[in-house]
Design a protein around this ligand. Structure first.
Ligand code: GTP
Length: 235
């Protein structure tokens, strides 16, 4: 297996599935089953999930709310998604531990890096909630930071698109997908993979990112078995 320890970044918005808001049970169960499938390969799995299906700090700011306040609300939204995912995984028989970047010890362990690594070694899926615990950082930044901290081999960024394209495939019929692209080319071409804070963290720490479609069941397993799924971004 090429990747022994991965960090899977899931989109909060994708959790809505067919719904306009909140969590679609079918979608979250589909994610849980796909994670169970790759667990069976013996891969160590950490997860960061966004909160955009519940609350987005940036939009709150547009409505006049203080950005910091909105970002903290967004962090709480990621905890709701993390708890839902934890429950979905456990009802599929996958052992999990949830750690929060903001202390809320009645519902989650606090984030302790060494404990997280120990959980992974023991075969538990570790979910990191509440982002980085700081405003002005996205959950992509949290994913990059945690991935580096736990020495993950790769970040798998689950999205609703198949990978990174030369142009927006919905607008340009000639757009083609990259199988592999360097961090430098992503930057010079102005392609959108992650926000720059997250992106730079990965680049500077030599942590590859694979952008792939998580909403196509089976993709995650194929990717980890070595099939050409998504777009690999590396130095
Ligand atoms: P090891 O025994 O070290 O392998 O790990 P463990 O996670 O099984 O041990 P621990 O006794 O720390 O945890 C038992 C359960 O309590 C697990 O489900 C943990 O997630 C949970 N737990 C541990 N610390 C906290 C905490 O501060 N808050 C909450 N809410 N749960 C915790």
């Amino acid at each position: 297996m090429k990747y022994k320890r991965i960090l899977l970044k899931l989109s909060g918005e994708s959790l809505m599935g067919e719904k306009q808001f909140g969590i679609d049970n079918k979608r979250i169960n589909s994610y849980a089953r796909q994670i169970k499938e790759i667990k069976a390969l013996g891969i160590e799995i950490a997860i960061v999930i966004g909160g955009g299906n519940i609350f987005r700090g940036v939009q709150a700011e547009e409505g006049g709310m203080d950005r910091t306040h909105g970002d903290y609300m967004g962090m709480l939204a990621t905890m709701i998604n993390s708890m839902a995912l934890q429950s979905a995984l456990e009802s599929n028989g996958v052992m999990t531990r949830l750690q929060s970047a903001i202390e809320m010890k009645e519902i989650a362990e606090p984030f302790v890096r060494r404990k997280a690594v120990r959980h992974l070694e023991k075969g538990r899926v570790v979910i990191f909630g509440a982002g980085t615990g700081n405003p002005f950082f996205t959950t992509d930044s949290a994913a990059s930071l945690r991935a580096i901290e736990i020495n993950a081999d790769v970040i798998l960024k689950g999205t609703r698109v198949d990978g990174i394209y030369t142009a927006d495939p919905e607008k340009d019929k000639n757009a083609t997908k990259y199988d592999h692209i360097t961090f430098d080319s992503v930057y010079s071409k102005g392609l959108n993979v992650m926000d720059l804070t997250a992106f730079t963290l990965c680049k500077e720490n030599n942590l590859p990112i694979i952008v792939f479609n998580m909403d196509t069941p089976g993709n995650l397993l194929k990717l980890l078995k070595g099939e050409k799924i998504g777009t690999l971004v590396s130095n």
